[in-house]
Design a protein around this ligand. Sequence first.
Ligand code: SF4
Ligand code: F3S
Ligand code: FES
Length: 246
Amino acid sequence: MKKNAVSSGHRALTLRILRSSPTEGVAPHWQDFHLEEAEGMTLFIALNEVRETLDPALQFDFVCRAGICGSCGMLINGKPGLACRSLTRDLDPLITLAPLPVFELIGDLSVNTGKWMRGTAERLETWVHSSQEADLTALEAPMEPELAEAIYELDRCIECGCCVAGCGTLRMREEFVGAIGLNKIARFRLDPRDERSDDDFYQLIGDDTGVFGCMSLLACQDVCPKGLPLQTQIAFLRRKMVASGL
Ligand code: SF4
Ligand code: F3S
Ligand code: FES
C-alpha cells in the first residue's frame, strides 16, 4: 500500500501552498490544504478542488488544461513545471507549490509572465522583419519541408516561463534574455522571410545579457515541458558568433 493511504484506497494529499497578495499586503506564508487523491488527478484538478471546497480566494492560472497555453507554470516541489500536466500520483503525498520566481507576482501561484515575455519580445524584435510585410503572398510562399520543420520545432515554445524560472543566471542578472529569448533568435535567424542579417541578430544577443551570459547551467532544457533543445541552440549561436569574429 502506498504511503499515507486512506480507507478508500486513495492517498491523503497535502498541498502546501505559498500564499501571498502584494496588492493586499499579505506577506508570503505557507498554508496546507488536505484532500483525497482521485484517479488520474492532476495538480490542475487538485487546485480546483481546493478552490471549490476549501478556499475560493486561492489564485492560480489555467486556460487550456492541456499543456498548450503555458499559463499554469509554477514551482512544484521546488522545480518549475506545468500543473495541468503533473499527475499527483507521480509525487509524494506532501506537495509544495510556489509561484514561479523572476516574474511579477500577482498573488498566490499567479504570476505575470506576459509582461516579461512582451518585454523580451520587444527587446529582441521577435517578429519576421520583411520589406514585403504588406504582401501576404510573399510571406506565405512555400519553403523547403525540412526548413519548415526546423522552424516549427523551435516555434513549439508555449511561453510558460519554466526555463526562465529555472535559470540561475536570470536570478542574478535580470537583463539576461534567457534560453527562451535565445531560442527565439535562433528561430527567426532560420526563417528565410526574415531579412535581418546574422550581424543584426548577433547585435541583439552578443553580450552577457545574451548568448555570452549563459553559464550552461542546463536547467532550462531540463524543465522545458515541450522538450525544446535549448542548450543545443545556445551552443550553436555561441559557436556561430565566435566564428563570425564579432
Ligand atoms: Fe516554456 Fe520551454 Fe518555452 Fe521555456 S522554452 S518558455 S520552458 S516552452
Ligand atoms: Fe540558464 Fe539554461 Fe544557460 S539554465 S544559464 S539559459 S543553459
Ligand atoms: Fe494551459 Fe497548463 S493550463 S498549459
